[in-house]
Design a protein around this ligand. Structure first.
Ligand code: ATP
Length: 360
């Protein structure tokens, strides 16, 4: 009997339910057609709308569903109009990262030949690197704990040895996996600001100690400011970049910009036992409820989920379907005629999802 995977689905806020619907349809269709794996989807409540209705942003029953699932699909959460009393936004996606210790935020930056990008690429040239953003500590450790007095404000960055070791182990193993799958040259670059901050010298030192155990791979260092420059001037040089939470937050939006916008940027937040797959963009309340949002970042995140589950379970059919799904989205994006408005097309969300299914 085909192995079945239990997926916790968070529809979230704003455009969340609209981009999740075609994504789940595609996953169901892929599993049924393939026959070598299956899915059970269970829907979990959380987010700003749920908070406004019930006073709870991430109910314990939803957290349990997430914890118990084989993988978590999350669309987007938060609404600027719904806030906690201290003025901050509802962000259960960040709470989930902390609760489930999802330390590795994986942000692929892929530009296939023919894709629209602000970069000036030579004909046929493509970009394929991965940014890993530590997702539980760094400057975000301070979230909700910053100290503000009349005359000053301070936030504390936290970098721990344990999380950094796990992060770098993950980065090297991802670089090895990419090399084996023919995606990269087997190189990990630690992105920091070790020339100015002691915390980053500490981060870099832990990286160097881990690198010693991976002689088959290349280990590199780069300062974050230079990395921002090189992401624009020579992004084809990168393979796996690994960095602190706040630096990763900023660089991953730069990566999304290179890919032609947030609508094409998928992500995964991975820990030792759990993983959340979600688009890099937010809930886009300005276009919610109109069926015009781009579902591709959500669908590409689902492809990452397929690959992660497939590699974990040694299910080759899933890994192959992950690649097929990515290729189908790429083909729709390059073709352009069935793309959504943010990519210059005129399809609505449903039609864009259908175009991916047709390609499959
Ligand atoms: P967050 O801080 O929660 O990440 P944000 O403030 O960065 O959110 P988004 O919700 O990501 O903002 O939206 C930024 C802009 O990008 C908005 O104009 C929004 O309409 C647009 N946008 C975001 N996601 C999509 C999408 N999937 N399709 C089309 N437009 C999108």
């Amino acid at each position: 009997m085909a192995e079945s995977f239990n997926i916790a689905v968070f529809n979230g806020d704003g455009i969340g339910p609209e981009i999740m619907a075609p994504t789940v349809d595609i996953l169901k269709k892929l599993a049924t057609t393939n026959g070598n794996y299956g899915f059970e989807f269970c829907y979990a409540e959380a987010g700003a709308r749920h908070y406004a209705e019930t006073g709870e942003a991430l109910p314990s029953v939803s957290l349990k569903m997430a914890r118990d699932a084989d993988a978590i699909l999350l669309s987007a959460m938060g609404l600027p109009t719904v806030r906690y009393e201290d003025g901050t936004e509802i962000s259960p996606q960040i709470d989930l990262r902390k609760e489930l210790n999802l330390f590795a935020g994986v942000r692929p930056v892929r530009i296939v030949a023919g894709q629209n990008t602000p970069l000036k690429l030579a004909g046929g040239q493509s970009i394929d690197f991965v940014l890993i953003r530590e997702s539980t500590e760094g400057l975000f450790y301070s979230q909700g704990k910053g100290v503000v007095t009349k005359d000053s404000a301070s936030e504390t960055m936290m970098i721990t040895r344990e999380t950094s070791e796990d992060l770098f182990k993950f980065a090297f193993s991802l670089a090895r996996q990419r090399k084996e799958l023919g995606h990269g040259k087997g190189e990990v670059t630690c992105v920091d600001k070790a020339n100015v901050f002691r915390a980053f010298a500490f981060f870099r030192d832990i990286f160097d100690k881990e690198a010693v155990h991976h002689k088959d791979l290349k280990a590199n260092h780069a300062y974050v400011d230079a990395t921002a420059l090189w992401m624009v001037t020579k992004p084809w040089d990168f393979d796996v970049l690994v960095t602190e939470n706040m630096f990763g937050d900023i660089l991953s939006d730069l990566g999304a910009g290179l890919m032609g916008g947030l609508g094409l940027a998928p992500s995964a937040d991975i820990g030792k036992d759990n993983a959340v797959f979600q688009p890099c963009h937010g809930s886009a309340p300005d276009i919610a409820g109109q069926n015009i949002a781009n579902p591709f970042a959500m669908i590409l995140s689902a492809a990452m989920m397929l690959e992660w589950l497939g590699l974990k379970a040694s299910n080759e059919a899933m890994v192959t379907d992950a690649r097929r799904l990515r290729d189908a989205v790429d083909a729709v994006v390059i073709d352009g005629t069935k793309a959504t408005r943010d990519l210059g097309g005129s399809s609505n969300t449903t039609q864009a999802g259908e175009a991916v299914l047709e390609r499959l």
